[in-house]
Unconditional design. Structure first.
Length: 259
C-alpha cells in the first residue's frame, strides 16, 4: 500500500476546522516569504514531506492535485537561472541571459521555495469542505455573515459553470455551429456562459434575500464550528516547521532576509 493511501487515521484531517488549515498554511508561507535561501526552503519541504503521508490523499490524488506546483517550481527556477541577479563566477552569457554562481543558487532556492509553500497549501485546501469553511470563517473568525454566505454561494456555483459549459458545447455541436472556428466558438460560448451566470446569480440573490440571508439580525448556524486539540496540534506543527526552517537557515548562515 502506498504511503499516501488514506487510512482511517489519515481521514482525521478532514475533521479539522478549515480555519486552522488556513492558519497553518499562512504560518508556513510567512516564514518562507521572509527569506529566499535554499536551506530554509529545503528544511521546510523535508519536514512537510513527512506529514504528507497523513494528508488523507492517495499517491495518485496527491500528484494530480499538485501538478501545477510541479510545473511552476522548475519554471520559476529556470527563469531565475537565466535572468536572476548576477554574482560570483560567470558560466554562460548571451544577451540578457547571464548564468552565474549567484543565479544558480537563487534558482535552486526559488524552485524549493515554490514547492515548500505550494505543496502544503494545496494539500490542506483540497481537504476543506466549502460549507465547513464558511462556518469557521463566520463563527471562529467572526467575519460578516453576508460576505461569508455570498462567497459560499458563489463557490457552490463553480461546478454548475462547468456543467453549463459542457451543455453549451453539446448544444452548439448538435446545431452544427460548434465544429469549426475554435477561437470564435470559445469566445461565443464564454459570452453565453456570462449571460447565463448573470441570470442565475440574480435569481440566487433574490432567493437568498427572500429567505432572510441579507437581514441585519444576528444569524444562527445549523452546525457549530469548534476549535479543539486537533486544530491546536495542526497549527503547532505548522509553527514548529516554520521555526525550524528559520533557525536552521540562520544557524548555517544562509538566511537572506528580503522584506
Amino acid at each position: 500500500m502506498s504511503i499516501l493511501t488514506p487510512t482511517k487515521g489519515a481521514q482525521a484531517i478532514y475533521r479539522i476546522n478549515p480555519v486552522a488549515k488556513l492558519a497553518t498554511a499562512f504560518l508556513l508561507s510567512f516564514a518562507l516569504i521572509l527569506t529566499i535561501d535554499w536551506l530554509s526552503a529545503a528544511t521546510a519541504l523535508v519536514l512537510e514531506s513527512v506529514l504528507f503521508a497523513w494528508a488523507g490523499l492517495s499517491a495518485r490524488q496527491f500528484f494530480l492535485r499538485t501538478i501545477p506546483i510541479w510545473i511552476a517550481a522548475p519554471t520559476a527556477g529556470f527563469t531565475t537561472l537565466l535572468y536572476g541577479q548576477s554574482s560570483g563566477q560567470s558560466h554562460f552569457e548571451f544577451g540578457l541571459v547571464h548564468v552565474t554562481d549567484g543565479s544558480i543558487s537563487l534558482a535552486i532556492a526559488t524552485a524549493l521555495r515554490v514547492l515548500a509553500i505550494g505543496l502544503p497549501a494545496i494539500v490542506l485546501f483540497v481537504t476543506i469542505d466549502p460549507t465547513d469553511l464558511a462556518d469557521g470563517l463566520a463563527q471562529v473568525w467572526h467575519l460578516p455573515s453576508r460576505f461569508v454566505l455570498g462567497a459560499l454561494a458563489g463557490l457552490r456555483l463553480v461546478g454548475l459553470f462547468l456543467d453549463d459549459w459542457r451543455s453549451l458545447e453539446l448544444a452548439r455541436r448538435a446545431r452544427g455551429v460548434g465544429d469549426r472556428g475554435r477561437i470564435r466558438r470559445v469566445v461565443s460560448q464564454a459570452f453565453a456562459l456570462l449571460v447565463l451566470s448573470i441570470r442565475r446569480g440574480s435569481k440566487l440573490a433574490t432567493a437568498m434575500e427572500a429567505r432572510g440571508f441579507g437581514g441585519d439580525t444576528k444569524r444562527t448556524w445549523a452546525r457549530e464550528s469548534l476549535v479543539g486539540w486537533r486544530e491546536v496540534l495542526l497549527i503547532g506543527i505548522g509553527a514548529v516547521i516554520a521555526a525550524a526552517s528559520v533557525v536552521v537557515a540562520v544557524a548555517f548562515g544562509t538566511w537572506n532576509f528580503i522584506v
